[in-house]
Design a protein around this ligand. Structure first.
Ligand SMILES: Nc1ncnc2c1ncn2[C@@H]1O[C@H](COP(=O)(O)OP(=O)(O)OP(=O)(O)O)[C@@H](O)[C@H]1O
Length: 327
């Protein structure tokens, strides 16, 4: 498998340098997430890595070869990119879109070889979109469209895949599914995948490596855990009111706990109650005031002191009122 080597690279535009002194390698069958705030230069970097935009200085090698020395077709057999641009071909079917991935290989009249057909069908199955193969792009959802775009780049069969914000516009289920799909592709094919994303939580769960981009600073790389432990993730993303929960990798609001609670009882309702308490900034501790939760007649039942009720909203109201009175 070919690796992508980035050497002393500066990227940007005639009017300004966006990032410089970049020395990184993408390879080894890894899923890498490129993270950074809006406007830091993630798309600019991805466009430069795929030769859609010239570097300001430095170079990029695919294996031994400088990408600028490769013609378009040769580059497209080694590196595939999915950008955020919507392609305006809504009359095309999903299968036709996926088949476009074979353009570096098909002959001049665009005839599909047996190998092309096999790669297209494999890509469609891997992305689990067989059921919409014959649907028009205009008639599928954003989540289905993104999977079709992944299938297209898979059919292209490159060692390196770059994707700009693959989960933009997707709902929570589709966002998780997209990360699962990319992880499975990487595991099963050994391809290396670099995606730009704002999904910190999912990147913490799925990425083998993070590339953290910050304004006027070198790109930092490492496993999610090393960068979490060193505090670098918080430096890139957070203002004072946020913290990164080191246990779950989730981003949370940092609030001073006014009061601590100890939730006891059935596991599932207890977890949701704890989540609500954390969201409201309360502390959780075995020394805290006890809240008992259980399911009675298929409804939540909670009890704290002399108060009891059936919804988490009501519990939060009661806690708010009692804390207000305590002050
Ligand atoms: N064609 C262009 N000419 C000049 N400047 C540009 C051009 N395209 C983007 N920029 C600028 O380059 C900087 C980086 O933009 P880029 O789109 O790469 O950031 P990003 O990290 O991908 O942002 P986002 O997370 O919002 O997608 C921004 O300041 C942007 O305004």
């Amino acid at each position: 498998m070919t690796s992508l080597h980035i050497n002393d690279l500066s990227v940007g535009y005639a009017t300004k340098t966006i990032a410089k002194d970049i020395n990184l390698t993408l390879g080894g069958g890894k899923l890498v997430c490129l993270l950074g705030q809006n406007g830091v230069g993630k798309s600019t970097l991805l466009r430069t890595l795929s030769n859609l935009q010239a570097p300001l200085s430095g170079n990029i090698h695919l294996g031994e070869k400088d990408i600028e020395s490769l013609d378009r077709r040769e580059l497209a057999t080694k590196l595939g990119i999915i950008t955020t641009e919507k392609i305006g071909m809504s009359n095309m079917t999903v299968r036709e879109l996926v088949a476009l991935g074979r353009y570096p290989y098909t002959n001049w009249i665009g005839q599909e070889s047996e190998e092309d057909t096999q790669k297209i069908e494999e890509a469609i199955s891997r992305c689990r979109i067989n059921y919409i193969e014959q649907s028009k792009l205009a008639a599928i959802s954003d989540g289905q469209f993104q999977k079709a775009m992944v299938a297209r780049v898979l059919a292209q069969d490159t060692d390196i895949i770059l994707m700009d914000e693959p989960t933009a516009h997707l709902d929570v289920v589709n966002r998780v599914e997209m990360f699962q799909l990319l992880q499975a592709i990487k595991n099963e094919t050994g391809k290396s995948i670099l995606i730009s994303t704002h999904e910190l939580d999912l990147s913490m769960q799925f990425a083998d490596e993070l590339w953290l981009m910050n304004f006027n600073a070198p790109i930092l790389t490492g496993t999610p855990e090393d960068l979490g432990l060193s505090g670098e993730i918080e430096k890139v993303f957070f203002h004072e009111e946020f913290i990164l929960d080191s246990r779950t990798g989730q981003v949370k609001l940092k609030l001073q706990p006014e009061k601590e609670y100890h939730v006891v009882g059935e596991e599932k309702p207890a977890q949701w109650v704890q989540k609500a308490l954390e969201r409201k900034g309360y502390g959780l501790s075995i020394d805290g005031e006890v809240i008992v939760v259980e399911t009675k007649a298929q409804r939540l039942h909670w009890k704290v002191g002399a108060m009891e009720g059936h919804t988490i909203a009501h519990l939060l109201e009661v806690l708010e009122q009692s804390n207000y009175r305590d002050k």
